[in-house]
Design a protein. Structure first.
Length: 401
């Protein structure tokens, strides 16, 4: 049986990289960048005024002049004026600095009477104040964004500022999620006392869509060999990645491994030394398509999706790997089995600035309602059984990035 680290390495080694594609900038949010984004111009592209007020030559101020005839007014976007000696120009925030000017006096520090700007008594200005100098942020041609970045709203602003209408990103993979089980009933349908509501599939879809993997449909198949064979084959034909929930344990109705073998999906591993999620299955199908078969218990399915599926999709999308995150246990945890424990936690912060992980008890791996009060889970090494409060541990947030 593989360790959690070995399972993750095996998955990442088997994943096929998704190709790049050009997309309009307004559709690039949460996509993985596949090109270098370079500055179109200096930023700012001119000496930019940072305050409403007047602009003047500091040399005039240094001679003791406190009153300046207003030569003109220049707003943001207006053509650049040339300042005349001994005068000032009324200026607006965002405007380009007039020629011959090198000082801004804020509007709060002046009074204008009969076309004369009078500087407040006692106010001492400085040469160059409230001027955002050209190229002080970056020069034209500078590398602003590198491949592998998941594009945030701030990144979209950068791309737009470079004059780009489209950008190269990783193609969104076609993902299909399949819930298996006779006991599952979708929301809105009549339900019998011996049945349960279908919840894993919608939760997995939500987890993937939150990360930008929006081409993600869901299907429900019964525990019937013929139906499973036909349904899985159809989805495998159209998907880059297939994610199943249920049917991978040791029961008589757990047909998924058998069906995968029939469809030419080669098993990479079955079972990982962890709890929850030990029955996890992973294989590679025709055309290097990845198949994840997650356990049917809801907590197990969600943990395995976060622990293995999300990193695999990120790697295949050529995303820059995220550095590991750590927290400190805020309570004792004892875990006896010789398995890695994925312990759900709620995060709080200490006065010292530490991230504290408060263990949250779940009744079983079917108690998914308890997860709503958690922020993620911590990884507790299989080599020990008792983890006292204060122990540093690996943290895996439900919401990554």
């Amino acid at each position: 049986m593989l360790t959690t680290a070995e399972a993750r390495e095996a998955i990442l080694a088997a994943m096929r990289e998704f190709p790049p594609e050009a997309t309009p900038v307004d559709d690039a949010h949460e996509r993985i960048l596949r090109q270098v984004v370079r500055a179109e111009r200096d930023q700012p592209p001119f000496d930019r005024v940072m305050m409403d007020g007047i602009t003047l030559a500091y040399a005039d101020l240094s001679r003791g002049v406190r009153e300046f005839p207003v030569q003109a007014t220049q707003a943001a976007g207006d053509p650049v004026l040339a300042l005349q000696s001994g005068k000032c120009i009324e200026i607006m925030t965002g405007a380009s600095l007039p020629e011959n000017a090198d000082c801004i006096v804020p509007v709060e520090r002046i009074a204008v009477k009969n076309g004369i700007a009078i500087i407040e008594d006692g106010y001492e200005a400085k040469s160059g104040q409230f001027i955002h100098r050209r190229a002080s942020d970056h020069a034209a041609g500078a590398h602003l964004l590198a491949p592998g970045k998941r594009l945030s709203p701030m990144d979209i602003a950068i791309i737009a500022s470079c004059g780009l209408t489209e950008v190269e990103v990783s193609r969104r993979p076609v993902v299909r999620v399949i819930s298996t089980g006779n006991e599952l009933v979708p929301p809105g349908a009549p339900i019998e006392p011996h049945q349960v509501r279908l919840s894993n599939g919608p939760a997995i879809q939500a987890m993937l869509r939150e990360r930008g993997y929006t081409n993600c449909d869901h299907d429900h198949l019964l525990d019937n060999l013929d139906e499973l064979r036909e349904g899985i084959a159809a989805h495998l034909a159209e998907a880059d990645v297939l994610i199943l929930s249920g049917g991978v344990s040791m029961g008589k109705a757990d047909f998924v491994p058998e069906v995968m073998a029939e469809l030419g999906v080669d098993v990479v591993f079955h079972k990982v030394s962890q709890r929850p999620g030990k029955p996890m299955w992973f294989g590679i199908g025709p055309d290097q398509k990845a198949v994840f078969a997650l356990p049917g218990n809801p907590v197990s399915a969600l943990v395995c999706c976060r622990q293995y599926v999300i990193p695999a999709l990120e790697a295949a999308s050529a995303a820059t790997p995220q550095p590991p995150e750590f927290a400190v246990l805020a309570g004792d945890v004892t875990f006896e089995p010789d398995l890695t424990c994925f312990q759900p936690v709620r995060l709080v912060s200490s006065a010292a600035g530490q991230v504290l992980a408060m263990p949250v008890k779940t009744n079983t791996s079917g108690d998914f309602t308890a997860l709503s009060a958690t922020d993620g889970y911590v990884e507790l090494a299989r080599e020990q059984s008792h983890f006292p409060a204060g122990t540093p541990v690996f943290l895996h947030r439900w919401r990554t990035g």
